[in-house]
Every structure is written in C-alpha cells, then in structure tokens.
Design a protein around this ligand. Sequence first.
Ligand code: AMP
Length: 431
Amino acid sequence: MAAIGIMGALQEEIDHYIPELAGLEKTELVGFAFFSGKLAGKDAVVVKSGAGKVNASICAQVLITNFRVSSIVFTGVAGALNPELGLNDIVISKDSMQHDIDATDLGFERGRVPFSELKFFNASKELAECASAAARKLGLKAIEGRILTGDQFIASRERSALLRKEFRGDCVDMESAAVAHVCALNNVPHLIIRSISDRADHSAPVDFTALFRAASENSFRLVKELVSNCRVQETGGKGGLGKRGKSGKGGKAAVAALIKSKIRTVPDWPKKGIMFRDITTLLKDKGGFTRLVNLLVERYEHMGIDLVAGIESRGFITGAVLANRLGLGFALIRKAGKLPAETVYEEYSLEYGRDRIEMHKDAIEKGQKVLLVDDLIATGGTALAACKLIQKLGGEVIEASFIINLPSLKGKERLEAAGFRAFSIVDFEGE
Ligand code: AMP
C-alpha cells in the first residue's frame, strides 16, 4: 500500500515525526533525507524540504516519483493574514496560490501561471474534512482557508494588508502552493496544515522561537491524528499503489485540476469580452476525457437515474458517453427546428430577445428520473429552460451536471433557487 508523504520546510517542523516512525529507514536523494516508517500504524515518508518554492517543488516531485506516495501533507508554520487568526491557530487548506507570480505585463492577472489556467490549487476535500475532524477532536482551533505562497518573507503591515485584500488569503508562507502545484500536475491529492507562528504584519510582539516550536508541535499533533484516523492511504496516487477510484490517479480535486488544465480559453470569442471555455482540447486528450467520464460515472452510477438528457451540442458528447457507460438511454435537447418528430418547447431569455429549446414529445417517459448534462453553466438560462422542459414531459430532474461553472454569473444559484440540484467539476472566474 502506498505511503503518505509528509513534508515540512524546516528541521523543527519535522523533528517531532522522526522518533515516532516505527521501523525507521533513511534514504538520501537529491540532497534531501527521506525518513520512511510507520506513523500511527500507517506507512509514511517524512522529509524536510528546506525553505522556498524551488526546494519544496523538487522535494515533492521526488516524493511522488521515487516513493510513489498516495498523497502529500505539507505541515508547518505560517504568518497570519486573517485578523481573526491568533497564534497557534491552525489553517487547513481549502486552496492555495502563488502570490508572487506576476505576468500582468503579458495580460495575465497576478497569481496566474502564465499561459495556463493554473492559479488556485484546491486541496483534497476528503483530507481537509478529516483534518478538521481531527482538530475538533484535539481541541485545536482550526479554520479551512486559503494559503498564499511566495519566495518572500512577508513582514510588513502594508504587504500583508495588500495580500489579504487582493487574494483573500488567510495565511502566508514560502512553500505550500508550490507543493500543491506539483501535486496537481501529478494528480496526487494534497493538504496543507499550517499553524500560526506569527502575524505576517509583525504586529504581535512575540518570542518567535518559542512560538515556532509550539506551532510546529500543534501541526504535528494534528497530522498524526489525521494519519491515524483517516483513510489517507486509500485515496490513490501516482502509479496506482493506493486503492483508486475510477476517476483515476489522485483524488477528485486532483482530477478536477487535471480536467481544468486541459480546457482551453479563447478570449473574445464569439464576441469581444467573452472568454470562451473550449472543451475540445479536453475531449481530444484521451487521459483527460477518460478521467472526466470516469468521474461522472462514479458520481451517477448509484443515483437511480433512468435517462440522460444532453443540451446541444457539447452536452451531447459527454451526455451520450455517460449514458452509454451507465447503461442508459440518451435524449436530445435541441435548438428550435432541428428535431424531426412532434416536439414540445421551452423559451428562455437571451441578452437580446428570446431563444427556444425543444425535445421530442416522446423523449421521456412519465416519472423517469433524468440527469441533465451540458458542458458549461453561465447564467443558467439554458439549463433552467431544459429542466422545465424535462418536467413538462413528465420527467423528474435528478441533477443538472456541468463540466464548467462560471460562478460570477450565478447560474448554479439560479437553478438551485428554482428547486433543481446542480453539480459542476471546475470553476472559471470571470465570464
Ligand atoms: P447560459 O444559458 O448563460 O447558462 O449559457 C450556457 C450555454 O452557453 C452553454 O451551452 C455553454 O456551452 C454556452 N456558453 C456560455 N458562456 C460560455 C463560455 N464563456 N464559454 C463556453 N461556452 C459558453
């Protein structure tokens, strides 16, 4: 069974682990010392990465390539940006990003890895939930939040205020998002656990060494509890050593990151100002397409669905493949005038005027449980009309499912407000 990788930047951050590792073995690679053994009865590899993004990235990659870990937990201390965080409080990562990436002169917003969609790296939800439960059990104050990373030690009030304002970060460090970036590229789930050792604006007068020690110890207790109680080794990993879900290597967050990385953005298409999210690049990639369909199969195979309905035209592609994989039939939702037999329709508003979608009158049998599929939800107008059309034909909409959600346009909220369930795999900020 694959081991869990545990990383810390500094010696004090990993010191607690070494004496706890049963059957300790030391391996030196690329200048790092990797300590393998059983932590709380589970296989683990513990390593000190050294400070900064380059050290952390190389170290994470060696853990994945040479030790084939199932997941990586990065643990240690951080400076608080969120004013509600006190010393020794813990931040469990929801996501992380690199605040020092700046290719604004090339037209990319700050924090985005240029020429890619990579900006925020989602942590494994399963691991984060386990860590939160572990914190509650240990009586530690922990929040799930955003970690900002850069090759800069943040020690001024101005810088921390700016970082908080621009990226809504909860704490700042020099390694986490680099590890998360490596994990995303390798489809390995990860989690960051940071205990607050200082205020990044240095407003709190502190004995840094004492706090650093106490904060490291807090992180260690939490990670040990996480390892002992959670099925961290069964989330799967590089090389398939762990028990894997059908969605492939890594947890759901990693698969979503991979899917997102395969989607192309075409600016100003079909008209100026629209960022067109183009899934053709995902579809032509056999790994990406397979993982997408596997992820959907995993979600829907036990939901009691009778029929999949797809919206023209990209909803036909994933919808039809998914229906086939689930052993179900597929129904077409088309633009006006395309279907040959008797139809029913539903109208919906566009920016200017109205549009209409249609289904064959006999496409759905009364009482059938229908899954609605499209590639993307923007304002939700099309999907809402499709849900109503399904109902008109006597079907029950079990869920509306999308690859992409544009959260700023609030389409999912609109569907949910109308009483429909909505699911999407990746978010793209901006329209
Ligand atoms: P809406 O009715 O506003 O939710 O729009 C959803 C429909 O428009 C979907 O069928 C999408 O394929 C398409 N669409 C809207 N905005 C975009 C976009 N930015 N990129 C790609 N497709 C889009």
